[in-house]
Design a protein around this ligand. Structure first.
Ligand code: CMC
Length: 429
């Protein structure tokens, strides 16, 4: 008869243990009873990079990496990209349900009236070096926001948490745009409350001397869809950083700064920038075979390909590929697209990529769209951070409400020296 348990025999002692299975999972702590002697600490599980460890139960995002499925709160990403807006999706992620008209209006209003940042923030962005990477500015300024809202420390109060979440979603585009304008030596543009979330970001990035900035509706819509596609992705590196740092009960600005820092890395949110640099380096479709040989030799990675979870086409990449052509129809073809298409075609036909189930991920085409919108490469991870903000906040909220969560603190297997006595420097060889 089948039972929801796992029986383990420890061949060192001959003892047998029966562990309960819940949701297809056994609890790592149940292994601790497996000991060779009474003073044995007990067995642990070893899982560098958490490749097979669930660190939480979650109801936010579902991914089936083999089937190429991504859903937020049960809704397929393709439907949200097609029919929702970024702020509606943000509400869904953070509250669990799609909003009514009144709820959505209230949420959009709350975001819109919190887009300004304190003038001191503008001033200290000014003091960054003229060529500071915008992501470095964003990591620092998000952290600095905690000093403007000291009440944010009260993370046990749901209303306080809600207000900080609104502030973070509202202010991150402002910080992003200021970081960009600083780099360009342009005056900062204040938020325009009459524009949409994406439209206002375009206004703060690109407005020059015009009395009123009118965003291009195709670009505005494309940006909004890109934000939806990036809004959450379950326990990825930056979300894990948000949860892990947040588990110390620090304020959400500090935890979000940690998430932004994780996103900055080239293996995570920095990949879209790395893809464009890679395509520029390849230069033209005729150089692709030689580049693929270098990838297969292990000299370089094919950026924008491969994913820890997806072993199939990333569903976000399919939406982005279609979106890219809508943007190109509006602003002109990105000259790198031919190289990208041919690179994808050749890689998907190559045994190296087939055997390892390496497919294009969300970053393979997103950088080309951003570039066609006139955005510099080092702003790409910042745009990713804007999109991911509601996901980080939803995951942080879920973590704080989860009675099983505690401060995150992994174990280690110590393989260093045994006890040895200190030698004065004069006696060391
Ligand atoms: N190019 C060439 N080979 C690759 C690539 C790649 N992009 N990705 C994985 N491989 C190979 C890897 O060398 C290994 O081969 P072998 O078994 O012979 O040693 C095998 O595939 C498995 O790779 P892995 O490094 O164990 O896979 P991982 O799950 O640890 O890494 C990844 C996932 C996303 C870090 C990796 O695929 C990668 O570096 N991709 C390029 C960077 C990128 O596009 N990142 C964006 C990810 S999507 C957005 C986000 O979540 O931030």
């Amino acid at each position: 008869m089948s039972k929801d348990t796992l029986t383990i025999t420890d061949n060192r002692t001959g003892k047998t243990y029966e562990l309960p299975i819940e949701n297809g999972t056994v609890r790592a702590i149940d292994f601790r009873q497996i000991k060779v002697s009474d003073d044995d600490f007990g067995m642990m599980v070893y899982d560098p990079a958490f490749t097979n460890t669930a660190a939480t139960k979650s109801s936010i995002t579902y991914i089936d990496g083999d089937a190429g499925i991504l859903r937020y709160r049960g809704y397929p990403i393709e439907q949200l990209a097609e029919q929702s807006t970024f702020l509606e999706t943000a509400y869904l992620l953070m509250n669990g349900e799609l909003p009514t008209r009144a709820e959505l209006d209230g949420f959009v209003h709350a975001i819109t009236i919190h887009t300004m940042v304190h003038e001191n923030v503008r001033e200290f962005i000014d003091s960054f070096r003229y060529d500071a990477h915008p992501m470095g500015i964003v990591v620092s300024t998000v952290a600095a926001l905690s000093t403007f809202y000291p009440e944010a420390k009260d993370i046990q109060d749901p209303e306080v948490r809600k207000l900080q979440a609104i502030r973070l979603i509202a202010k991150i585009p402002t910080l992003a745009a200021y970081a960009y304008r600083h780099r360009r030596g342009l005056p900062y543009v204040y938020p325009d409350n009459d524009l949409s979330y994406a439209g206002n970001l375009l206004n703060m990035l690109f407005r020059m001397r015009e009395v009123r900035y009118e965003p291009n509706p195709v670009i505005e819509k494309a940006l909004d869809v890109l934000f939806i596609l990036h809004a959450d992705h379950e326990q990825n590196c930056s979300t894990n950083a948000m949860r892990s740092v947040g588990s110390s009960h620090v304020d959400p600005y500090s935890a979000t700064a940690a998430a932004c820092a994780a996103l900055y890395g080239p293996l995570h949110g920095g990949a879209n920038e790395a893809v464009v640099r890679m395509l520029q380096e390849i230069g033209s479709p005729k150089n692709i075979p030689a580049f693929i040989d270098r990838v297969k030799a292990g000299d370089v990675r094919l950026m924008g390909f491969g994913h820890r979870v997806y072993k199939n086409y990333d569903p976000r990449a399919s939406v982005i590929k279609r979106l890219a052509y809508q943007v190109f129809d509006e602003v002109g073809q990105n000259p790198l697209i031919d190289t990208a298409i041919e690179l994808e075609r050749r890689a998907l036909a190559d045994d190296y990529f087939k055997e390892r189930k390496l497919y294009p991920n969300v970053d393979f085409y997103s950088g080309l769209i951003y570039q066609s919108m006139g955005l510099p490469m080092d702003l790409f991870p910042v745009l990713f951070a804007i999109g991911r903000m509601p996901g980080w906040l939803a995951q942080w909220e879920e973590m704080l409400r989860d009675r099983e969560q505690k401060i995150a603190r992994p174990r280690q297997i110590y393989l260093g020296s045994d006890k040895r006595d200190y030698q004065p420097i004069s006696l060391r060889g």
